[in-house]
Design a protein around this ligand. Structure first.
Ligand code: 48F
Length: 260
């Protein structure tokens, strides 16, 4: 068969458009494909919920492939090793109670799990706003990352979701966008965004899990975004809290959506 350049283009454009159209409505939309967002996404999809991820960057993974200061290894504590064992990655008890895994291998395993669970991950798309209907976050406002980077005057498109997860890491971009535009109160004690505190791994890991919650009707927080909202400390390259937080947010959303 003679390969026709135009047919290659047609195949890509058609399939991508089909995927995008199939995912304009979902049960759950995850913003950010870092460790917490990826864990949340495959856990939700494996529970039968239609889940989609939008990731700003060219490559998924967020802060994970960088490990600690570019040493591409991550550490997890005993309570989180079951998640990495379940992914089937190599795990080493490098120091008593400190398990290490190759950051790239973990990312690869998470991406395969996400794809096999039927989650569509759209890279190079930035979430710039939310749909807010009757005081409930009901979807996302999307644009190409390239449009955002260039500051081009191009209007966005939208997608609808029953629940949205802010898994955007330290900046908690979805929550902050909502606060900026809608002037609402979120479910922190002050009703405001607190901003993350300096590094303290032991406290941060526990607080990440505690802070994982529905921060506003329809909008959930996981990973570093959860700590940033509540003023919890950061933790650097220990990732157990990220994985456990992703699992927790998925389990809570699944319970919540079953009720409605
Ligand atoms: O930062 P990130 O890895 O978030 P996380 O899952 O994990 C945090 C750790 O990596 C690390 C740490 C813990 O050990 O301190 O920092 O909480 O991943 C967040 C992802 O969200 C994307 C961003 O490119 C990254 O891949 N992102 C951020 N803002 C947007 C976004 C946006 N507006 N739209 C789409 N994607």
């Amino acid at each position: 068969m003679e390969l026709k350049d135009i047919e290659i283009s047609r195949a890509i454009i058609e399939r991508y458009t089909d995927k995008l159209l199939e995912n304009l409505e979902a049960d759950v939309a995850v913003v950010g494909a870092g460790p917490s967002g990826l864990t949340a996404a495959y856990t939700l999809a494996e529970k039968g919920l239609k889940t989609v991820i939008f990731e700003r960057a060219l490559k998924p993974g967020g802060g994970m492939p960088g490990g600690g200061m570019m040493f591409s290894e991550i550490v997890v504590q005993d309570t989180a090793r079951c998640i990495l064992e379940d992914l089937g990655v190599g795990l080493y008890e490098q120091r008593p109670g400190y398990f290490t895994a190759d950051a790239i291998e973990v990312l690869g395993a998470q991406l395969v799990r996400v794809a096999r669970a039927g989650v569509k991950l759209f890279n190079l798309i930035s979430v710039e706003d939310v749909l807010l209907y009757q005081d409930r976050v009901s979807g996302l406002v999307l644009n190409w990352t390239a449009v955002q980077m260039q500051g081009l005057h191009v209007d966005p498109l939208t997608m609808k979701a029953r629940s949205v997860i802010d898994a955007t890491g330290h900046a908690a971009e979805v929550v902050n966008g909502l606060l900026r535009k809608a002037k609402v109160k979120i479910n922190t004690p002050s009703g405001k965004f607190e901003g993350e505190r300096p590094m303290w791994a032991d406290r941060a890991e526990a607080e990440t899990l505690k802070n994982t919650c529905e921060i506003y009707p329809g909008l959930w927080i996981t990973g570093m975004a959860a700590n940033a909202c509540f003023g919890g400390p950061r933790m650097g390259p220990i990732f157990g809290g990220m994985f456990l937080s992703g699992k927790k947010v998925a389990e809570e959303i699944a319970k919540d959506l079953k009720k409605s």
